[in-house]
Design a protein around this ligand. Sequence first.
Ligand SMILES: C[S@@+](CC[C@H](N)C(=O)[O-])C[C@H]1O[C@@H](n2cnc3c(N)ncnc32)[C@H](O)[C@@H]1O
Length: 283
Amino acid sequence: MGVTEQGDLTEQETATPDYTMGYGEEYLQALLRVSAKTHATHLLPYLEPGLKVLDFGCGPGTISIGLAEAVAPAEVHGIDMEPSQIDLARMFARRYGRDNATFHVGDVTAMPFEDGFFDVAHCQNVLMHVPDTQAVLREVKRVLKPDGIIASREMISGSSFTHPDFEVLRKAWDMFEDLLAADDGHPQMGKDMKTHFLEAGLVDIRVSASFDTFTTPDEVAFIHQIAQQWFLAPEITEAAIKYGAATQALCDQIGVAYDRWKDHPGAFAGVAYGEVLAWKPTS
Ligand SMILES: C[S@@+](CC[C@H](N)C(=O)[O-])C[C@H]1O[C@@H](n2cnc3c(N)ncnc32)[C@H](O)[C@@H]1O
């Protein structure tokens, strides 16, 4: 067993740096819409039964469960610093009968796994939140076998859009970027990964890009709900105003514009992503 004696870290032992998205019900709804089949398409062709997989920053584990299906009966380990997300991931694993998926509370910069334990390491929208990218990549490299694969999919906020814009919705993206940067996050990580992976000494780096798109009535209603109930919720807008990323008047304008957007027949939103696949060198 490659999990070190340290096992799960307790909440107290776990580093809990600021995490811009929070763990509220509204943002959780966004995470529950993702799966390996829809959001790990760059990695799935490389998975086969028997490969041991790490899903670092796994959140509620909806991607981890699909990865576990692809490599069964081999082990998949998900790790996240937030106990409530790990509880959800364990619940989903039980619900889908994925007994090869195990979940741990812990920090991705200090993981409770032996050196060279995994064949594959995966993450989505995690590097954008952790201040020290090289610290994460060093740790992931440590727990990967030589010739192991690392696959990451991260947002490019600057290339994401909400259309029509009503001359204000781009400012919501700007506000999100300022807020994330104020928490030492990286809003354009999807574009920066190639540079970081090269610097980390990873090889055979393959880069691609894609959009998650939202255009059907259900998808438009979902984005509207996320904007109104999560992004424009007092905890987020108060932080944005405190950091100088917004004013109350701007938040009010954005709220009105999102209501107009929801009812516009041409409503279309796209969240841009960069994807990277890379290998740990054999020596
Ligand atoms: C946007 S969510 C993505 C969850 C999942 N990868 C997905 O795409 O559905 C980011 C996750 O990274 C976790 N996270 C952020 N910084 C972390 C750290 N230093 N150690 C462990 N987990 C971290 C958060 O707790 C959160 O659950």
